[in-house]
Design a protein around this ligand. Structure first.
Ligand code: SIN
Length: 350
C-alpha cells in the first residue's frame, strides 16, 4: 500500500469523473451565459466568503464588474459549491474552453502533482511569520517555483495569504509536548506529502481529508484534531469540536491564484492587462484582510470561551522546530530542488 494513499489516487477512474463533472458543469454554466459578457470567469473556492480569500475573491469580482463591464463577468462559488480545490485544478487542466474561464485560489499544498517546488511553502518552520512569506512571494524565485504549472495548462496570476497555522485538538490535554502529546492522535491535514511527513515526525497520525469534511469528522471523532489558520477555524466553527488550540505557527496557509491557460491566452491583450492590474490591487487588499482576520478571529474564538488557547513558549517552539524542521526539509529537498532551497534560504535570511 502507498505511504500517501489519498495523494496518489489519481488514476483513470478519477480523471474520468473529473472530465464528466467538467463537461456537465460547463454545459450548465454556458446555458446561462446568453445575456452575459463574452468572457465569463467562474471563480471556485473552498472557504467562507467572510475569510480573507472569500473577501478578496468578492473584491476581484466587484472591480471586474466596474472596469470590464460588458466584457468579462465573474461568478464566485464559495464553500466548494462548484469544485473541491483538487478537482478544480484537474478541471482547469482538462478545460480547453476559450471563453469560459475556470479560476480559483487553491492552497499551495494542492499543487503537489503539478509544481513540486511549491512544496517549499508547506515546510514546517521555514517561515517565522508572514513577513518572511512575503519576502519569498515578492522575489523573482517565485517564477521558478510556479514555472512547471504552465506545462499543465495552468496560469499563475498571484498569491494570496491566509495565515500561519495553529493546531487544534479534542481531549484532556493541549498539544504542547512533542512527540508525547501527539501520540495516538489523528490529525487532519491537507493534501500535502510534506504535512503527512511532518505529523509523523511530530508523533501523530496524519489523515488527509478535504476541507469541507473536517467539521463533520471532528464531530464524529474520526479525527482528533487539525491544523489551520484562524479564519478557517472560526468561520467553519471547528472550535465547537475542539478543547484546545496551540498557537504553534508551524507552517503557512496561502494560495496560488490560477486560471486555465487556454482561456487566459485567448483573452484580448487589453482585458488581460486590466485583469492583471486588478489582481495586483486585490492582492494588496488580501494582505490587509488576512492580517485583520488573524487577530480578530483569534480574539473571537477566545471570547466564545469554549476552546482554551495555549501559546507555545519560546523554548517549546524551539523544541518543536528542532524536532521537525531539518528532518522534513531533508526528505523533500530533492523534490523541491536543492539549489532552489538554497536560494529560498538566502532570500529569507536577508
Ligand atoms: C482553504 O483555506 O482553502 C482550505 C484549507 C484547508 O483545506 O484546510
Amino acid at each position: 500500500m502507498s505511504l500517501y494513499p489519498c495523494i496518489y489516487q489519481h488514476g483513470k477512474i478519477k480523471n474520468t469523473v473529473v472530465q464528466l463533472l467538467l463537461f456537465t458543469t460547463l454545459l450548465g454554466l454556458s446555458a446561462c451565459q446568453q445575456t452575459q459578457a463574452p468572457y465569463i470567469i467562474h471563480f471556485s473556492h473552498s472557504v467562507d466568503h467572510t475569510t480573507p480569500k472569500g473577501k478578496t475573491a468578492r473584491l476581484f469580482a466587484q472591480l471586474v464588474k466596474k472596469r470590464l463591464a460588458g466584457k468579462v463577468t465573474v461568478k464566485i462559488y464559495p464553500n466548494s459549491e462548484l469544485y473541491i480545490d483538487r478537482d478544480l485544478i484537474e478541471a482547469m487542466i482538462w478545460s480547453k474552453h476559450k471563453t469560459i474561464g475556470l479560476m480559483g485560489a487553491p492552497s499551495l499544498s494542492d499543487f503537489i502533482h503539478y509544481a513540486k517546488p511549491l512544496q517549499a511553502f508547506d515546510l514546517p518552520y521555514l517561515f517565522n511569520d508572514i513577513t518572511d512569506v512575503h519576502k519569498l512571494v515578492d522575489s523573482p524565485i517565485i517564477d521558478k517555483m510556479t514555472a512547471p504549472l504552465a506545462q499543465h495548462g495552468i496560469k499563475a496570476l498571484g498569491f494570496w495569504d491566509n495565515g500561519m497555522k495553529v493546531f487544534s485538538i479534542r481531549g484532556a490535554k493541549p498539544l504542547t509536548k512533542i512527540p508525547a502529546d501527539f501520540r495516538g492522535k489523528t490529525i487532519r491535514i491537507q493534501n500535502s506529502k510534506v504535512h503527512y511527513e511532518m505529523i509523523k515526525v511530530m508523533g501523530g497520525i496524519p489523515k488527509i481529508m478535504p476541507f469541507k469534511k473536517v467539521y463533520k469528522n471532528l464531530g464524529l471523532g474520526v479525527i482528533d484534531g487539525q491544523e489551520n489558520a484562524w479564519s478557517n477555524i472560526y468561520s467553519k466553527k471547528f472550535y465547537e469540536q475542539q478543547d484546545y488550540i496551540t498557537v504553534s505557527n508551524h507552517s503557512y496557509l496561502g494560495y496560488a491564484v490560477v486560471i486555465n491557460a487556454e482561456f487566459w491566452h485567448n483573452l484580448p491583450a487589453d482585458i488581460r492587462h486590466e485583469l492583471k492590474t486588478i489582481i495586483k490591487e486585490v492582492t494588496k487588499a488580501n494582505r490587509r484582510y488576512a492580517a485583520k482576520a488573524n487577530k480578530q478571529d483569534r480574539e473571537a474564538i477566545a471570547a466564545i470561551g469554549s476552546t482554551k488557547i495555549i501559546t507555545l513558549s519560546n523554548t517549546e517552539r524551539k523544541k518543536w522546530a528542532h524536532r521537525v524542521k531539518q528532518k522534513v526539509e531533508a526528505k523533500f529537498s530533492s523534490e523541491i530542488g536543492k539549489e532552489l532551497l538554497k536560494e529560498i534560504h538566502k532570500t529569507l535570511d536577508k
